[in-house]
Design a protein around this ligand. Structure first.
Ligand SMILES: [Mg+2]
Length: 253
């Protein structure tokens, strides 16, 4: 029998490793969970354009989707809302079919819209990536394939080890558990909530981090203003993530 099959064996090993780290004063690894849109990149609305094109193709409707809340929501939840609006039953099959068409249209939209990597992000990721105590990962409402397409387009995909995506759950507040599970599988120990940062540009990112006790870091580079984000009481609030030394020092990264 494989040892990992014995009940409690993995928990025992994790606890043992945690104690060893304390005894030898090895600093705990810090798990950084980044949102994508409005936090790492501004795609110039490529995602919304692809959603609109999919609606146009499926429902013969020129819809600006302004009545659908998009920023900070998971793609799964957004598609459910769109299907509901067009009185289509949001079955798994219908959601998946819509999502496939949306993702297929994304590369063309990314090439047409004028997007950019947000201030300081490239420099920050380059500084953090080689740090042995830092784990870079994603916590995003994008489908995994959509996240990959967006971040590959801007040359950022390879900075991240893994992520939690809309594929995992439609409720963003549930995604923290998926990210932690993947971190544990990859790094061999359970990350305490106190050792996790959630970085994002909307109220949904802050709520999602608070939902599992992580530190929340808001950045006003997306659709939410500094004042709006302040009202959500994040642990830290930045205008943007430029000034790499200052960001790293303030956050203890
Ligand atoms: Mg965002």
């Amino acid at each position: 029998m494989h040892l990992s099959w014995i009940p409690g064996f993995q928990i025992l090993i994790c606890e043992h490793l945690r104690n060893l780290r304390k005894i030898f004063s090895v600093p705990a690894k810090r798990l950084l969970l980044f949102d994508i849109d409005g936090t790492l990149v501004n795609t110039g609305g490529a995602g919304v354009e692809s959603l609109k094109a999919t609606v146009r193709n499926r429902f013969r409707a020129g819809d600006d989707l302004r009545d659908i809340e998009i920023a900070g929501k998971t793609d799964r939840a957004i598609i459910r809302d769109i299907l509901h609006k067009y009185r289509v039953d949001p079955t798994e099959e219908n959601i998946t079919s819509f999502a496939r068409e949306y993702i297929d249209g994304l590369p063309l939209c990314l090439s047409r819209t004028r997007g950019r990597v947000l201030p300081g992000i490239q420099q920050l990721l380059e500084r953090l990536k080689p740090q042995p105590h830092i784990v870079l990962a994603l916590l995003t409402g994008n489908w995994q394939q959509g996240a990959r397409l967006k971040l590959q387009h801007y040359g950022l995909w390879d900075f991240f080890e893994f992520g939690a995506f809309a594929d995992d759950h439609q409720d963003r507040n549930e995604l923290g558990a998926f990210a932690r599970k993947r971190a544990q599988l990859k790094h061999g120990h359970d990350f305490d909530a106190a050792d996790i940062d959630v970085i994002g540009d909307t109220n949904h990112d802050i709520a999602c981090g608070k939902a599992f006790g992580a530190r929340t870091i808001a950045v006003a580079t997306g659709s939410w203003s500094r004042e709006q984000l302040q009202g959500c009481a994040p642990d830290f609030l930045f205008d943007d993530l430029s000034g790499t030394d200052n960001v790293i020092e303030r956050l203890g990264w």
